[in-house]
Design a protein around this ligand. Sequence first.
Ligand code: ADP
Length: 382
Amino acid sequence: MINEMPQPATILVVDDLPQNRQLIELYLVRLGHRVMQAANGREAIDLLRTQRADLIMLDIMMPVMDGFETLTILKADPALRHTPVVVVSALNSTEDVARCISLGADDFLFKPVDRVLLDARVEACLVRKRLHDREQAALAAAESANRAKSDFVAILSHELKNPITGIAGYADLLLLQVFGPITAQQEEGVRVIRSLANLTKTLLADLTDLSEIDSGHLRLDPSPSRLAVAAAAASNTMRTLLADRHHRLRIDIPPDLPLVMADEVRLIQILTNLLSNAGKYTPPYGSIVLSAAQLDAAMIEVSVRDSGIGIPANEQDRIFSPFFRTMSARDGGEPGSGLGLNITRRLVELQGGRIWFSSAPNAGSTFSFTLPVAHSATTHPK
Ligand code: ADP
């Protein structure tokens, strides 16, 4: 139960008879409220477009625009639909009141208006309205804080990108001995610097993607794309990782697979991330298969299957959450931030597909996603 002190509010009284408006105004003013008056629905709506009201007391039978039409307009207007309405009607018009309630009225009073009832109903409506306004304000504040956070992350990751690229670049130059010979021990140290700088670069790129997706600023450029081309690009990026671990990668894409409608750069990113995970979370000499098939007239399904460590059942429901990593992934010492799958899922969904997986510990994992078939006959593949 919420105990609210009565607070002055602005109340619009709508009635075609001046004496009815005067009487209700008198009651409301005694309760400490400010009152505006309108002689019919049209006047009321016009007034509400320029002045805010916390509550509307609405007569039903009025010339020009009656209570039913007024309610319909109010409830269809996003700026006005949350202003509570108390219908004030003649005693013998229960059906009209019922119709008003089904149109969205919050409460009702019969004429002649009883002062005690009016007081109770007005106050109850105002308490609900204040709660609603507070919720909206809290929601707006949370949204604005979230936007500020996304902007901050975007600026920070952008600003850190240049220095970290510089660090990686100078590490490369040192390794190439451009500044003179280095000892084996120094080389080892510089390799660590370079690999940490590259990891940081990946993390910054993930954070940039995440903040752009969160703020709705991520730009996608979908076009009819050949999956086999994207798969070749992704496997090329992963070549060193897969070779270092002696994994076998098979790409199994039917030559007559229709084109997919996708942003090609993001499609390569999705495939690279799934192949990278398959490579990282599979012990050496593993087998990885990237396959695709047409699911139905509208969708193509792509899968990346590995023979790796798998994902325990009790951790599976968090796998797409940002920053989540399974215990075995963390213990295994594989580098990672836990952002890749979250971004991958959002990239798939933003392009009209969905993503899921099946996995069992030590029996491998299969990550699958869908993308729409590109249908237009006039478009050309990239
Ligand atoms: P990262 O690989 O950077 O940790 P991801 O978001 O790509 O982050 O993946 C989240 C977690 O899901 C990983 O840390 C790992 O625990 C688990 N995971 C993802 N792919 C696989 C896979 N193919 N096999 C086993 N575990 C996986």
